[in-house]
Design a protein around this ligand. Structure first.
Ligand code: PLP
Length: 368
């Protein structure tokens, strides 16, 4: 009997393009004919130098990264960057303060961590729930802030910025972990961008940091050496052993993005995929409810409740059970918000989304 196809709508670690997995599998025991696996390769070898250089070059090409920016591949996930950002940048100005636009769980965590190292001005504190972002004209960046921080896509709440906030000349820092390379970005508008790989650009273990050169060398003295951007950038991410295999997987994913039309093509596809699901939610007469304001609904993570605003837990369980029988997994909402969450990263295909859309329509007809 043919094995049922599994469709992974997980929020991360998430689906990888099939061709990337095939390639990695093909090369697992014998990378490029050298007789060993990337897993066994020295990070100081010429072969690994080629891998890390290719990864950086592909990233520079896909994002059109200006020459005065450094690219690093670091350990510790997005969470390590919650500490690294203030440790390296909060001292840029005398007041040692930073503005944090808090629009969900991840920016809230980042702001809390930054409080250990300086003063944090929270622009958008939690109201009842995270369903909005501040209106562009509703806040003025504090001119004495060392940087303005925001999370471009809040993975748990499905809140995404579709514009770059005006930081009023203050250095802008963004966590792009869950929408990195899902659309074009003008890197020159940012002082620093970081992104964990395990959603759109690879597997867990590596975090990309893109930082403007003039921001290096300002770390607080207690900054752990592995988090010091000047040290890591100065050593080409090889100050200590980097996450070699995760970097290799990233190179395959970046190649795949390039071969599939780059970030502009990803953006077109991601809009089509997310519209397919939002159209069903919007046309369901209140049966499916997405709490997020229309202006900032994420194309990457779509949270919704079933059976009304508060959600009918029995119905939601039935939905998840039915989806699972059809091979669709990881649709359960984050434990802090409940309900359903559909994650539609780059590797999720139109066909995958079509299967879910058909199921949502059927479920609506049966239970409305
Ligand atoms: N930032 C965002 C937007 C995330 O979605 C996550 C994790 O899902 C993180 C940061 C934390 O990443 P990590 O688990 O790699 O530390």
């Amino acid at each position: 009997m043919e094995k049922k196809r599994t469709i992974n709508f997980g929020a991360g670690p998430a689906k990888l393009p099939q061709s990337v997995l095939f390639e990695a599998q093909r090369e697992l025991l014998d990378y490029n004919g050298i007789g060993i696996s990337v897993l066994e390769m020295s990070h100081r070898s010429l072969d690994f130098a080629k891998i890390i250089n290719t990864t950086e070059n592909l990233l520079r090409e896909l994002l059109n990264i200006p020459e005065n920016y450094k690219v690093m591949f670091l350990h510790g996930g997005g969470t390590a960057q919650f500490s690294a950002v203030p440790l390296n940048l909060i001292g840029l100005k005398e007041d040692r303060c930073a503005d944090y636009l808090v629009t969900g769980t991840w920016s809230a965590k980042a702001a809390k961590e930054a409080e250990k190292y300086g003063k944090v001005n929270v622009i958008h504190p939690k109201l009842g729930s995270y369903t909005k972002i501040p209106d562009p004209g509703s806040w003025t960046p504090n001119p004495s802030a060392s940087y303005v921080y925001y999370c471009c896509n809040e993975t748990v709440h499905g809140v995404e910025f579709d514009f770059v906030p005006d930081a009023g000349g203050v250095v802008l820092v963004s966590d792009m972990s869950s929408n990195f390379l899902s659309r074009p970005v003008d890197v020159s508008q940012f002082g620093l961008i970081f992104a964990g790989a395990q959603k759109n650009v690879g597997c867990a273990g590596v975090t990309v940091v893109v930082v403007r050169e003039d921001l290096l060398g300002k770390a607080r003295k207690e900054c752990p050496i592995v988090l010091d951007y000047e040290v890591q950038a100065g050593n080409g991410s090889l100050y200590n052993t980097p996450p070699c295999f995760s970097i290799y997987i990233m190179s395959l994913v970046l190649e795949w993005i390039k071969n599939n039309g780059g970030t502009a093509a990803m953006e077109r596809l991601n809009k089509q995929k997310s519209n397919m699901i939002y159209d069903i939610i919007n046309g369901s007469g209140g049966f499916y409810v997405c709490p997020v304001d229309m202006s900032c609904r994420s194309r990457m993570n779509i949270p919704f409740r079933i059976g009304g605003k508060e959600g009918d837990e029995a119905l939601e369980k039935k939905f998840l059970d039915g989806a699972s029988k059809l091979g669709m997994i990881s649709l359960k909402g984050h434990r802090s918000v409940g309900g359903i969450r559909v994650s539609l990263y780059n590797a999720v295909t139109m066909e995958d989304v079509g299967v879910l859309a058909a199921y949502m329509k059927e479920f609506l007809q049966e239970h409305q």
